[in-house]
Structures are given as structure tokens and as C-alpha cells.
Design a protein around this ligand. Structure first.
Ligand SMILES: C[S@@+](CC[C@H](N)C(=O)[O-])C[C@H]1O[C@@H](n2cnc3c(N)ncnc32)[C@H](O)[C@@H]1O
Length: 279
């Protein structure tokens, strides 16, 4: 079972569920499209929410989506989960709801995003539209895995680990291990030099022994972390929704949750859902 804390778990599941309902309502009138739901970080089917005193178990997004029957259902629901026992639990519990068109694969989401892109470009895949949910714990999604979706009929809800991932990784000085810089490069698809210039500033101070350069993290780093990622998403997709900001109980930003799409209508629906959730 997956175990997380915080309201953000409920909020992102509610958002994807509400969006899926609106999406299916629109697609009801377009029967020529085959609808594929792609969940890249599917979990075990259930989530334990740890509270201060007790904990409770809620249904994960996968079960909610597979249970949707009206106004129509997804033709194919494809779930990717790296952990073997979680993938097995997920398959068992989804099969209790529905078997036809349900696929659970034990694999890396990055690889399966590339496979999906190839499928959509193929003769077999060209009548498919995709709603994707990419819900990583941290910085597992490589930029290249998203870039391959350019020009394809994919609406994607993406959880961006701005606070919990990137901001935590960027130390106050820029003494970051090479492995971490490589992780940042893979995540943004940008060079270490460019990222360093974006997130760090240099100031020359006068010391007893002459001038000295000190490097420090830009106080506005969190804003830049979000902005450059969203600017990058805009290079792949025509539109990106307003972000829904997920915070922990201390009001620290953990994630930004956005919809990316090539459809303006999709973004309008997403922005409406986000606005209602935030009010
Ligand atoms: C935040 S949880 C997903 C929760 C799920 N969306 C739900 O509603 O229950 C992230 C899941 O991704 C899995 N995971 C981690 N890295 C992965 C990867 N590279 N590819 C696929 N799954 C991965 C973890 O085992 C974990 O179950």
C-alpha cells in the first residue's frame, strides 16, 4: 500500500476524477475516438493517509477511474507501477471492478511514455486520444519522456515536484554533487550551466584580504523552479493550465499540479476545476 500524508493526496485525486468525468462527457459525442487512460505512477490501489493520531485508507486514483461508467468509460486503462507487489495488488483490486481493457504493467513510467508515443504515431494508435496522469513521488520523470509527446493527442495531468524535489535538492550554496546536477539536467532537459545561472546568484564582497565572490541561492528560486518548468512544458504542449499548488500542513509548497494539452477547451475545464478546488 502507498502511504502519504496531507490533503494534497485527496486534492489531486479529486482533480483528476473531476477532469476525467468532464472529459468522458465531451468524448461521449465523439465515438470515433478510442479513449486511453494512462497512469504512469499508479500505486497499489489504496493509500494510507497518516494523521497526527490515527491513519486511514482511501482509494487511489486508479480505482476511481476504472469505476467510472457514465457517461462512458475509457476503452483502455493502462497502469504503470515500478514496484512488483504494488503492481500485483493494483491488478487484483482493479480486476474486481473491471477486467476488459485493464492493463497493469510493472515497469518504469519513462519507458512506457516513450512506448505510448510510438503507439500513438503508429497506424494502430492513430484513432486514440489519451488522458494521462503522471503522479511521481519526486523527480522520477525525465524531460525526454515528456518531450516525446509533442504534437500527440494527450491531455496530461502532471505533478511537478517543485518544493519537495527541486527546491530541496538546491542547497543554499551551489555545492551540489555531480549526481544531483545530472538528476536536475535529466528532469529539466537543460544544462547544469543554465540551471546554475537560473537558481544561483554571485555577489562580490570586500573582505580583509581583498574581494571575494560568494554564491548564494536566489531568494526567488522557488518561483523560477516553477516558471522554467512550465515554460518548458509550453514548448511541448500548446497550453498549460494554471497550477494547483499543493502545500503541506506547514503551508510549504510541495508540488505544482497542472494540465498540459493541445486543446484550449481542455485547459478551460481544468482551470475551472482548479479554481473551484482552491476556493
Ligand atoms: C505518489 S505514488 C502514486 C499514487 C497513485 N497515483 C494513487 O493515486 O494511488 C507514486 C508511485 O509510483 C511508483 N514509482 C516510483 N518510481 C516509478 C517509476 N519510475 N515508474 C513507475 N512507477 C514508479 C511508486 O512505487 C509509487 O507507488
Amino acid at each position: 500500500m502507498n502511504s502519504f500524508g496531507g490533503n494534497w493526496t485527496y486534492q489531486k485525486i479529486k482533480i483528476i476524477e473531476n477532469y476525467a468525468k468532464a472529459y468522458l462527457e465531451i468524448m461521449k459525442g465523439r465515438p470515433y475516438w478510442k479513449l486511453l487512460y494512462f497512469d504512469g505512477f499508479a500505486g497499489s490501489g489504496e493509500i494510507r493517509i497518516d494523521g497526527a493520531i490515527d491513519s486511514k485508507v482511501i482509494e487511489g486514483a486508479a480505482k476511481k477511474i476504472v469505476a467510472l461508467k457514465e457517461p462512458k468509460m475509457f476503452d483502455i486503462c493502462y497502469f504503470v507501477e515500478l514496484d512488483k507487489s504494488k503492481a500485483k495488488n493494483l491488478q487484483d483490486s482493479l480486476y474486481q471492478i473491471r477486467k476488459a481493457g485493464i492493463f497493469v504493467v510493472e515497469d518504469d513510467c519513462n519507458r512506457k511514455l516513450h512506448d505510448m508515443a510510438e503507439f500513438l504515431k503508429s497506424e494502430k494508435g492513430k484513432n486514440h486520444k489519451v488522458l494521462a496522469f503522471i503522479d511521481p513521488c519526486g523527480m522520477e520523470v525525465n524531460w525526454e519522456s515528456l518531450a516525446c509527446l509533442k504534437g500527440l493527442p494527450v491531455d496530461m495531468w502532471l505533478l511537478i515536484p517543485t518544493g519537495i524535489g527541486v527546491n530541496r535538492l538546491l542547497r543554499r550554496d551551489n555545492h551540489i554533487s555531480e549526481a544531483w546536477w545530472q538528476k536536475l539536467e535529466r528532469f529539466y532537459g537543460l544544462s547544469k550551466e543554465l540551471l546554475n545561472d537560473t537558481f544561483y546568484k554571485t555577489e562580490t564582497i570586500l573582505t580583509l584580504f581583498g574581494e571575494e565572490d560568494i554564491v548564494f541561492k536566489d531568494p526567488k528560486a522557488l518561483k523560477s523552479i516553477e516558471k522554467i518548468y512550465i515554460d518548458r512544458l509550453n514548448e511541448i504542449f500548446k497550453y498549460v493550465s494554471k497550477p494547483y499548488v499543493l502545500k503541506n500542513k506547514n503551508q510549504s509548497v510541495m508540488f505544482h499540479f497542472v494540465l498540459t494539452s493541445n486543446s484550449e477547451v481542455a485547459i478551460k475545464i481544468a482551470n475551472d476545476i482548479i479554481k473551484k478546488m482552491a476556493s
